[in-house]
Design a protein around this ligand. Structure first.
Ligand SMILES: [Zn+2]
Length: 448
């Protein structure tokens, strides 16, 4: 049994912290009008650069070196406020000039031969040069007058006091399965739309394109054979749903709400859907349907302080478990066996850890819960419970380097399939638990 095997290998690990290094501050040499951040390992570049705030990315251009901006983007946030992103490896905006806060706009690079920086190797080091401007005047991001580029809401007084993540909470990978030889994977593509591919027991399909504008990755679930329901946070921060009827996809349906994260979804029966989100006041919010999504309960506030997308799982009727990254970045769970919710576990348990993304979760049997996270140093970790979520294994099996949350589904009792977007080449990676051992992480090809 999985549980007996892995209990011997439980390690209560303190996660190393990971810093995005500020290599050259505002004015670190005469004329330096921005702040340089090393977002990745400094060798390869390609880290995500996201929009500081929503706005009009009205200008993209290339300025050759030496001492040029390279590929760069200017975003107009209104009220005379602008942000600029320089030396990008490439520009990711391909579907329109209006961008949302946190949206991928480009990839960290070293174009434009940015030679003016301290350190012997800096002219070849990929980094993000980030500028904030009020009217035409550049401001020091730590001055108190500039914009925190990684704060989600437009609060111009919010200081940029820490080095930023290159992605806010990771993307989720949505995974569903309706049979032992079936997997369906959903991701947000680099153009902001949804993509779907599936495995039929022998081969993977290509990526199927689903137009739309997503903030973050999709969540997916199968209620019964040949049915899939997919939920996303739309670019207007509403919950949107799309369903596979067995022969065709519905259009996106706007289910309203106010989301500050991607959703999580789970289902314990052919007509049951449970959806969880980080609501606009940072609590965990829940709503459900008992008629396949024809109508919904109102949103229910389950409390807590949540700073990323939740994960959710069920092993049968009236059993739900929701997992969140709390506001101190630890993992917390809240479960429901009918009646009242358990409430969130206190920090300091074997669940705590340090999460770089929201958790992914699923169940393959009664009282069994499997949770996967990307840790704060970007490895994937596993944590499971065999008693319905009261006790957990602690974090085990740190592996790989990921730039997304870790999506998981179970096709059958004691099977798990786990997916994430890798570092370096940002391909989709997969590993599987076959009931007695894990496969290695395998490269499943380019992210769409
Ligand atoms: Zn610079």
């Amino acid at each position: 049994m999985r549980g007996e095997l892995t209990l011997l290998r439980i390690v209560f690990t303190r996660f190393p912290s990971f810093q995005y290094v500020k290599t050259c501050g505002f004015g670190c040499y005469p004329g330096h009008q921005g702040t340089d951040y090393l977002l990745g390992d400094g060798a390869t570049g390609g880290e995500y650069v996201v929009a500081a705030l929503g706005g009009n990315a009205f200008y993209t251009n290339f300025q050759p070196g030496p001492n040029g901006a390279g590929n760069y983007i200017v975003i107009d946030h209104g009220s005379g406020r602008f942000t600029r992103y320089l030396h990008l490896l490439s520009i990711a905006i391909s579907y329109g000039p209006i961008v949302s806060a946190g949206q991928l706009v480009g990839y960290e690079g070293n174009t434009g031969s940015p030679w003016l920086c301290p350190g012997p190797d800096c002219n070849s080091t990929p980094h993000l040069h980030f500028e904030t401007k009020i009217n035409a005047v550049s401001g020091d991001p730590s001055s108190g007058t500039a914009i925190n580029p990684y704060y989600e809401y437009p609060d111009y007084n919010d200081l940029w006091t820490t080095n930023p993540p290159s992605y806010q909470e990771g993307e989720s990978v949505g995974v569903a399965s309706w049979a032992s030889n079936r997997l369906d994977v959903f991701v947000r593509g680099n153009n902001g739309a949804m993509y779907h591919r599936w495995w039929d027991g022998s081969a993977w399909s290509g990526w199927e394109y689903h137009p739309g504008c997503l903030r973050g990755g999709p969540a997916a679930v199968s209620r019964m054979t040949n049915r899939i329901d997919v939920f996303v946070r739309g670019c207007g921060d509403h919950l949107h749903k799309k369903s596979w009827s067995g022969s065709s996809w519905s259009d996106w349906q706007d289910l309203g709400g106010c989301l500050r994260s991607e959703p999580a979804v789970t289902s314990w029966g052919s007509t049951r859907l449970d959806v969880f989100v980080r609501g606009c006041y940072d609590a965990l919010n829940w709503m459900y349907s008992d008629n396949s999504g024809s109508s919904w309960s109102s949103w229910q506030d389950l409390g807590g302080c949540v700073n990323a997308a939740p994960g959710a799982a069920t092993w049968g009727g009236n059993h739900l478990a929701a997992f969140v990254r709390g506001c101190s970045n630890g993992l917390h769970r809240n479960y429901w066996f009918g009646g009242a919710w358990s409430g969130f576990n206190a920090p300091g348990s074997s669940l705590s850890g340090c999460l770089g993304s929201g958790p992914g979760a699923d169940s393959w049997g009664v009282n069994r819960l499997d949770v996967f996270i990307r840790g704060c140093a970007d490895a994937a970790w596993h944590n499971y419970s065999s008693d319905g979520g009261v006790n957990f294994s602690g974090f085990i099996e740190p592996e790989g380097c990921f730039t997304s949350g870790i999506g998981v589904t179970s096709r059958l009792s004691n099977l798990l399939d786990v997916f994430g977007r890798g570092c370096g080449p940002r391909n989709l990676w997969q590993k599987s638990w076959n009931g007695s051992s894990w496969t290695a992480w395998t490269d499943s090809g380019p992210w769409p």
